[in-house]
Design a protein around this ligand. Structure first.
Ligand code: ANZ
Ligand code: ZN
Length: 786
C-alpha cells in the first residue's frame, strides 16, 4: 500500500510535482488549517496518480524557529528533542488523516544533513560577493531580543510577539537580493502564477524608473547625488533634503541643533518615517548646492522623511509637485516654483500638483513639452553634460540574514585576526549547532552561541591562526528557500540534489500555500533558485522553480476569529478524527466552502457529510452482489459524475466536487434504476481521493483487484456524460406559444432570454407589457401580460 505513494525518480510516466508548504512543527500539533490545506493538496495528488501520473507529493519540517527556542528556554528541554517529539506527533496525525505523502522523502531543516546544504548555499553566496557583513540600522525587538527584517515588522511591531520595535545599529550578514531584482521581475513571465501573486511580487520589488542627478556643493569640490523619478521637474527643485544618516551629516554634528535632531530621529522606524500624514520635521544643514538646471543656490535640509535606505539617501525637493516636499516647504517657508502647468485650474497656494498632465513652464529649453517628453529631454541633457544618468531604484531591500539566536543554522563563517572573514571549507560542513546549557540570547544581543568559548574559538581555515566562529544563525527563510529541491533527492550526500533528478522533477507543477507566503517566501526562494541556476547547480534550462501557485484559504475558529489557545476557539483535527473518522473530517473540510476562501469553522454540514458516506457505503454493500447490467440512466449519472468531479478537482473546486457526489448518489437512490458492478466501482473511485479509507473498504467489498488508489481514474463515454436537455413550454397568459430546449439547471434569466428569441412569442407580446414571468423548473415559462 505504502509503495503506491512513492514517487519514482526515473519513470517513463509523465511526472507531476505537487508541493504543499511544509509546516513548522509546533508544540500544539497539527491544526485544522493544516488539515484543510493538506487535504486539498492530497485530493489533487491522489487524482493525478489515478490519472496515471508519476506524482511527487512530499512533506517535511520547517523546524528551526523561535517558538521551539522559547519553549526550550521555559522548560530547559533541548530544542532538538522538542522538535523530534513534535514532528513525530505531526507525522502520526498526518497518517491518520490519510495524507498520501511519500514518507521516504521526508526532510527536516534542522537535520545536519539538510542544513549542511543550507550552509553550503550561504558559502556560495559569499564566494560570489552576494553576502557581506555590514553595520545596518535594524529593527530590534526588545522582547525577543532579535533583529528583524523590514518584512518581519508589521505596523512598527514585531511580527512574532507584537512588541514595538526600535532601531539599532548592528553588524549583520546581508544578502544582496537586490542584484536579482530585475531577474525576479522578468522571471515571472515563465510562471503561470495568477495575477494577484505576480502583482505582489512586482510590488514588493517596487522598481521605479528615473534618474540620478548630481548637485555640486557650493564652495566645495564634492557633489550630492539624488535619485528622482521626476527629472522633468528639475527646474522646480528649490531645496534639497538629506536623510539624517547621510554620510555628509556625520560631519555636521558640531552644530547642536543638527546633533539633537539626528539623535531624535534614530529611534523611529522607516515605516513611521514614510507616513505621509506625519507632521514634517527637519533642520537646516547650513550647506547649499547648485541646481544644475537653473544655476541657483538652493539650501540643503536634513529630515527623516528621507530614508537612508532608498535611492541615494538624498532628494531634490520639488514642492510644487510633490506632497511631502510641499508640506515641508510650507512648514519652513521655502520657495515653491511650479514647473508643470496643470490642465485644470490649480491653486499652488493650496496644494502640490503631482499629476503628469499639462505642460512644462519656468523650465528653460523644456518649456512647452509634456512632462513625459521633458523626462526624456532632461535625461539626454543631463547625460550630455555629465550631470546625471538614467537609473532605476528598487524598494526591495537587501536581506538581513543574521539572527542572534540559537535555534537556527549556524552561519558557516570564521573571523580570523589576519585574514578577516573566511568561509568554513566545504568538506568541514555541516557546522553543527553545539549543545548549550542556556538558550537565552545574551544581553549584548549576541546569540547564546557566543558563550560557548570552546566552540567559538577555532583556527583560521586559511592561515591556521586564532579565529572566532560567527555566532549568528540564519533566519527561518534559509531552509525554506530551497527545501523543494531536496525532495527530488533527499539522501544525496555529495550535492544538494542530483542535477538529473532535478531535471526530471522540476519545476514544481503546483505549489499550494498560504496567502501570507505569496510575497516573501516566494520571492526569497525564487531568488535562491535563480542564484543556484547561475551557479549551474540546478538545471539551467528550467527558468523558474514553480509553475503554478495556488493559495488556500484559512479556517477560523467557530467565532470567526483566528484560532488561538488564548481565545479558546481551537478545533483540533485529532478530536474530530476520533469522533467521526478521517474520511468524514476530510469531506467536511472540503465541503465547508471554496478552497481559497476564509471560512469560520462550523459543524452544520458535518452530519450531512457523514450520512452521505454511510449511505454510499450501504448502497455499495447492498448492491455488491448484483450481476447484470446497469440501465442507461445509471450509466449516464456515473459518466456525468466522473466528468464533473474530474473537472472540479483540476481547478481546486473541492466543495462542488463533494456536492456532485452527493447529488449523484441521491439520483441513483431516487430513480431506483438498475446498477452494476462497473457503476459501483466508478462511484468508489471518484470518492477515493476525498475519502481514501472508506473508498478502499468499498473497493475490497466489490472484490476489485489491488488498491483503489492504484486504480486508473474511470473513463467515461462523452455522449453519456453530455447533459440531457429538457423541453420547456413557453406560454403567454397560460396559452402555449412555443417550446425551447434548455439544460435542466439553466437559470431562469437565461431561459427567459432564450424564450424571447421565439418569433411566436414576440408576436404574442407585441404591444403588451409583461407584468411578470412565472417559471416552473424544467416545465413551463409563463409570461403574464396586461
Ligand atoms: C523629485 C520629485 C518631484 C519626486 C516630484 C517626486 C515627485 P518612488 O516612486 O517610491 O520610487 N525619494 C527619492 N529617494 C528618497 C528617499 N531616500 N527617501 C524618501 N523619498 C525619496 O519615489 C521616488 C521619489 O521619492 C523621488 O522622486 C524622490 O522625490 C523621492 F514631483 O524627486 B522625487
Ligand atoms: Zn587567517
Amino acid at each position: 500500500m505504502e509503495k503506491i505513494y512513492q514517487a519514482v525518480d526515473s519513470s517513463a510516466k509523465e511526472k507531476a510535482y505537487i508541493l504543499v508548504e511544509f509546516p513548522y512543527p509546533s508544540g500544539s500539533g497539527l491544526h485544522t488549517g493544516h488539515a484543510f490545506s493538506f487535504t486539498g493538496g492530497d485530493i489533487y495528488a491522489r487524482y493525478l496518480r489515478m490519472q496515471g501520473k508519476n506524482v511527487l507529493f512530499p512533506i517535511g519540517w520547517d523546524a528551526f524557529g523561535l517558538p521551539t527556542e522559547n519553549y526550550a528556554i521555559r522548560t530547559g528541554r533541548k530544542p532538538q528533542d522538542v522538535t523530534r517529539d513534535n514532528t513525530e506527533t505531526y507525522h502520526r496525525q498526518m497518517e491518520r488523516l490519510g495524507l498520501s505523502f511519500d514518507w521516504t522523502r521526508e526532510i527536516n531543516t534542522t537535520d545536519p544533513e539538510f542544513y549542511r546544504w543550507t550552509q553550503w548555499i550561504f558559502i556560495k553566496l559569499y564566494e560570489k560577493g552576494l553576502t557581506f557583513k555590514q553595520e545596518m540600522p535594524i529593527n530590534w525587538c526588545p522582547k525577543d531580543r532579535v533583529g528583524l527584517a523590514n518584512e518581519e515588522v508589521i505596523n512598527g511591531r514585531c511580527e512574532r510577539c507584537g512588541t514595538e520595535t526600535v532601531r539599532r545599529l548592528i553588524s549583520q550578514w546581508v544578502v544582496k537580493i537586490t542584484d536579482y531584482a530585475d531577474q525576479l521581475i522578468e522571471g515571472l513571465e515563465h510562471t503561470d502564477f495568477i495575477d494577484k501573486v505576480k502583482v505582489s511580487q512586482v510590488n514588493w520589488i517596487g522598481r521605479s524608473e528615473g534618474a540620478r542627478i548630481r548637485f555640486p556643493l557650493k564652495g566645495r569640490q564634492e557633489s550630492i547625488e539624488v535619485f528622482t523619478t521626476r527629472p522633468d521637474t528639475l527646474w522646480g527643485a528649490t531645496f534639497m533634503v538629506l536623510a539624517p544618516e547621510h554620510p555628509l551629516v556625520a560631519g555636521l554634528m558640531d552644530n547642536p541643533a543638527i546633533a539633537a535632531y539626528v539623535e531624535r530621529t534614530t529611534k523611529k522606524s522607516d515605516m513611521e518615517r514614510s507616513e505621509l500624514a506625519l507632521e514634517k520635521d527637519g533642520v537646516n544643514s547650513g550647506l547649499a548646492v547648485i541646481n544644475p538646471a537653473t544655476g541657483a543656490d538652493i539650501p540643503v535640509w536634513i529630515s527623516d522623511f528621507v530614508l537612508a535606505t532608498y535611492g541615494s539617501g538624498a532628494i531634490m525637493s520639488v514642492p510644487a509637485h510633490d506632497e511631502r516636499d510641499y508640506a515641508f516647504a510650507r512648514k519652513f517657508d521655502l520657495p515653491i516654483v511650479p514647473v508643470v502647468q496643470p490642465p485644470e485650474e490649480w491653486d499652488f497656494g493650496q496644494a502640490a500638483y503631482s499629476g503628469k498632465a499639462g505642460f512644462m513652464i519656468n523650465s528653460g529649453f523644456i518649456n512647452g513639452m509634456t512632462p513625459e517628453e521633458a523626462f526624456a529631454a532632461t535625461l539626454r541633457w543631463l547625460e550630455e553634460k555629465g550631470l546625471g544618468s538614467a537609473a532605476a531604484s528598487y524598494h526591495l531591500r537587501d536581506w538581513i540574514f543574521s539572527r542572534q539566536h540559537y535555534w537556527g543554522e549556524p552561519i558557516p563563517m570564521v573571523c580570523c585576526q589576519q585574514c578577516g572573514w573566511v568561509p568554513v571549507p566545504e568538506d568541514q560542513l555541516p557546522v553543527r549547532l553545539p549543545v548549550v546549557e542556556k538558550y537565552q540570547p545574551t544581553d549584548t544581543g549576541e546569540s547564546p552561541l557566543a558563550n560557548i568559548t570552546e566552540w567559538v574559538e577555532t583556527n583560521c581555515p586559511r592561515c591556521g591562526g586564532p579565529a572566532r566562529r560567527e555566532t549568528d544563525t540564519m533566519p527561518n527563510w534559509a531552509g525554506s528557500d530551497w527545501y523543494f529541491l531536496r525532495y527530488t533527492d533527499p539522501h544525496n550526500d555529495h550535492a544538494l540534489a542530483d542535477l538529473s533528478k532535478m531535471r526530471y522533477w522540476l519545476p514544481v507543477d503546483v505549489y499550494i500555500g498560504g496567502d501570507e507566503h505569496n510575497t516573501l517566501h516566494l520571492l526569497y526562494s525564487r531568488f535562491i533558485y535563480l542564484f543556484l541556476r547561475d551557479l549551474g547547480v540546478v538545471p539551467p534550462e528550467i527558468p523558474e522553480p514553480y509553475k503554478k501557485r495556488y493559495s488556500h484559504g484559512v479556517i477560523l475558529g467557530p467565532d470567526g476569529a483566528r484560532m488561538s489557545k488564548a481565545r479558546g476557539n481551537v478545533v483540533t483535527p485529532d478530536e474530530l478524527v476520533e469522533r467521526y473518522g478521517a474520511d468524514v473530517l476530510r469531506l467536511h473540510l472540503m465541503f465547508m466552502g471554496p478552497f481559497d476562501s476564509t471560512l469560520a469553522w462550523n459543524e452544520r454540514a458535518l452530519l450531512g457529510v457523514k450520512r452521505f458516506l454511510d449511505r454510499l457505503t450501504a448502497f455499495v454493500n447492498e448492491n455488491a452482489g448484483q450481476g447484470g447490467k446497469a440501465d442507461r440512466q445509471a450509466q449516464a449519472i456515473a459518466a456525468r459524475l466522473v466528468k464533473a468531479v474530474g473537472e472540479d478537482i483540476e481547478v481546486f473546486k473541492f466543495n462542488t466536487a463533494v456536492a456532485k457526489q452527493m447529488e449523484a448518489l441521491n439520483s441513483l437512490l431516487d430513480s431506483g434504476c438498475a446498477i452494476d458492478h462497473a457503476t459501483l466501482r466508478t462511484l468508489v473511485q471518484v470518492l477515493a481521493p476525498f475519502a481514501p479509507f472508506k473508498a478502499e473498504e468499498c473497493w475490497q467489498k466489490l472484490g476489485a483487484a489491488g488498491s483503489v488508489h492504484a486504480s486508473r481514474w474511470p473513463a467515461y463515454d462523452p455522449t453519456l456524460a453530455a447533459v440531457e436537455k429538457v423541453k420547456i413550454a413557453v406560454q403567454v397568459n397560460g396559452k402555449l406559444r412555443g417550446l425551447i430546449e434548455v439544460k435542466p439547471d439553466e437559470s431562469e434569466e437565461m431561459i427567459v432570454e432564450q424564450a424571447r428569441a421565439l418569433e411566436a412569442l414576440a408576436r404574442a407580446l407585441s404591444g403588451r407589457t409583461v407584468k411578470k414571468t412565472i417559471y416552473v423548473k424544467g416545465r413551463t415559462l409563463n409570461f403574464v401580460v396586461g
